[in-house]
Design a protein around this ligand. Structure first.
Ligand SMILES: NC(=O)c1ccc[n+]([C@@H]2O[C@H](COP(=O)([O-])OP(=O)(O)OC[C@H]3O[C@@H](n4cnc5c(N)ncnc54)[C@H](OP(=O)(O)O)[C@@H]3O)[C@@H](O)[C@H]2O)c1
Length: 218
């Protein structure tokens, strides 16, 4: 029987998605939350939550120190330098952390997709590393949400250019595709930590809804 997750540290809690994850975790009202941030950070972090500061390059000894006593780590960091993420996994194992949620929250980063889309390469390497470390007892959950729908519309990422009243339609426009609002994706992260016995060592696919330009979705 897995012990409930109590002490949770979020890395990147002042960022686009981390801000939402923090709110979703607070809403559950069962976690002792803390934040890992860089010494150079300009992020606006909410008051009343413990913040551990580390050097910009996330050195191992400082990570080890910061991770002491944590049950779970949630990474909502950018994926630019994947070796930092591997170092965090190593530090988590050495500090006795039980569960790790890597920075995924997008499309499926299975090997085939990673071969096609270079953006996914780093995430696929991190997921493979977590799998290779299961033997140590560290468990993990990767959460695939598809694109964030509300954020994608507002930011132009989904090629909806509202001010210009212009939309780019990919393919025929009648293909169904799944997507998730950013708050729903954050809720999924919090819910995963409520039952790590069920969610451990899995890549979970989350969807808010399925739709197309032409067809009604579910
Ligand atoms: N599905 C989607 O549509 C979608 C959309 C956007 C993002 N995502 C995914 O969500 C995850 C988080 O992305 P995000 O956009 O939320 O991240 P972000 O806002 O760019 O950064 C999150 C935090 O990471 C820390 N950080 C560490 N190194 C950094 C660096 N070199 N530059 C900037 N910040 C750095 C900062 O925290 P401190 O200042 O506290 O150190 C920052 O607030 C990624 O895996 C991304 O691919 C998915």
């Amino acid at each position: 029987m897995t012990q409930p997750i109590k002490n949770v540290m979020i890395m990147g809690a002042g960022g686009l998605f981390g801000t939402e994850v923090l709110v979703a975790l607070q809403r559950e009202d069962v976690f002792n939350l803390s934040i890992l941030s860089r010494k150079s950070s300009k992020s606006l972090l909410p008051p009343g939550i413990k913040v551990e500061k580390v050097d910009n390059d996330y050195p191992l000894d400082q990570l080890l120190n910061a991770f002491q006593g944590q049950d779970a780590l949630i990474s909502t960091l950018p994926c630019s330098s994947y070796t930092v993420h591997l170092r965090m996994i190593d530090a988590a194992i050495r500090a006795g952390v039980k569960h790790f949620i890597p920075t995924e929250y997008g499309n499926n980063t299975c090997t085939t997709a990673a071969e096609l889309v270079t953006l996914y390469e780093a995430k696929a390497k991190i997921a493979a590393y977590l799998r290779s470390k299961e033997i140590t007892g560290l468990t993990w959950t990767a959460i695939h949400t598809g694109q964030f729908f509300d954020w994608g519309i507002g930011s132009g990422w989904l090629d909806y250019h509202l001010e210009e009243k212009r939309v780019m339609i990919y393919d025929s426009g009648d293909k169904m595709w799944s997507t998730t609002n950013i708050g729903t994706a954050a809720t999924a992260v919090a819910k995963v930590l409520l039952d790590t016995e069920k969610t451990k060592n899995k890549a979970l696919t989350i969807r808010g809804f399925v739709h197309s330009i032409a067809a009604k979705g579910s």
